[in-house]
Design a protein around this ligand. Structure first.
Ligand code: ZN
Length: 170
């Protein structure tokens, strides 16, 4: 308990993050549920956020028809926000169609501008709203979503290793 409080204190020193936001981010960062690689790998995408140094490698498993996400996993190194965002994203994407997942990318990016939030079924993602208060960290939270969009828009060639960067944000 003492060490957890100490970690919260350290994160707070980055900015005055709110309680729930802190708790969820730290919990996901320390004990991610979706780390690893899917088997098989139908889509693969690496991403990089140069402004913080976060890197991510996403793998996706699709259903037999190839239009729905069966599973998402990630590997990577980075700050608590980037890793927690990826873990929450991976959870929210299970069972989503590719079209719905692309709409979620848009919604997440709007949420980072304070312009949208997720409906009840995906409300766990709303915890990331706290990041919108810290513009310098928005790219950390967006990194996995950038990588997801690139993965979904790729041809499906699992050997693709092109790197998406948050600096290339349109
Ligand atoms: Zn970061």
């Amino acid at each position: 308990m003492r060490s957890i409080n100490f970690t919260i204190y350290c994160v707070m020193s980055v900015g005055n993050l709110r309680d729930l936001y802190q708790q969820v981010i730290l919990e996901r960062y320390k004990a991610p549920r979706y780390r690893g690689q899917t088997n098989p790998v139908h889509r693969h995408q690496r991403g990089h956020n140069p402004s913080c140094g976060d890197t991510i490698e996403l793998t996706l498993k699709l259903n037999d028809a190839g239009d729905t996400i069966a599973e998402v996993k990630f590997e990577g190194e980075g700050c608590a926000i980037s890793m927690a965002s990826a873990d929450l994203m991976a959870e929210a994407l299970q069972g989503q169609t590719i079209a719905d997942a692309l709409a979620m990318v848009e919604r997440f990016q709007q949420m980072m501008k304070g312009e949208a939030e997720f409906p009840k079924e995906q409300r766990k993602l709303n915890v990331m709203q706290g990041v919108a208060q810290f513009p310098v960290r928005i790219k950390c939270a967006n990194l996995c979503w950038h990588a997801l969009r690139a993965a979904l828009e790729s041809t499906g060639n699992a050997s693709t290793t092109d790197l998406v960067s948050t600096e290339a944000e349109s």
